[in-house]
Design a protein around this ligand. Sequence first.
Ligand SMILES: [Mn+2]
Length: 255
Amino acid sequence: MKNDKLIELPDYGRLIVVTDLHGDFDDYNHYLSLWDKNDPDFHIVFTGDLIHSIHEDDKSLEILDDAIKKSQKYPNFHTLLGNHEWAHIVNRNIYKNGEDLLWKFTNLISFKKGFVEPSLTNYIKFFKTMPYFLKTSNGLFISHAGPSDKIHSIEAFEKIFYGDYLNPILDDFLWNRYDSIYGYTKDDITRFLDIIDSKFMIVGHNVVESYKVYGKQMILASSFQTRVKTYLDLDLSKEITSMKDIQRQLKFITD
Ligand SMILES: [Mn+2]
């Protein structure tokens, strides 16, 4: 299954997991301060949706400019693809509160940089380098959203790595929510985890307060629309046998 869209981490070291930041540069810097960039066995992963703020002060570009540098310099720095980055790759309109977010992002570039190009092209190039998934050897599978309810074999899943960005299964892993009629069930999660030989799944994307356990999935909220910002600080060498083992490694930021 080895390929550049799937990060596989070994059974040693540490991993911080942070979900959707949506242009919040303060939260981004706070999470970075918890990570030791110079320790190659200490990883940090941002699970997509770095961009598109719902607030006035959109710091998406500050985050991206830093994330581009860090991903070139530190192999232990990871950013997964979210539906908001994906929208720019496929040029698909995405709206929030009636605002066209692709248009807003382009305007932000022009406002902050003076010109739209070559920045927009460079950001999209960076989005295309983003992996979809991270797998740990102690049994966690991490993605922006999902899983897809259409996966009944490992072959069906692996097609995602050979398809383009409009692959419907990739679409599910970027957009599907647990509480939607187009979403997935607890059984879909269990079946998917069995197929890929993982024990539990971690996602962001959904609006929850702090975190929520849904079957074998943990939904985390690290910044966007939660009072208690929550992240995972995982010991990669520790065996995970139950959701409780993951819950014990959650950390909470309260101001
Ligand atoms: Mn999302």
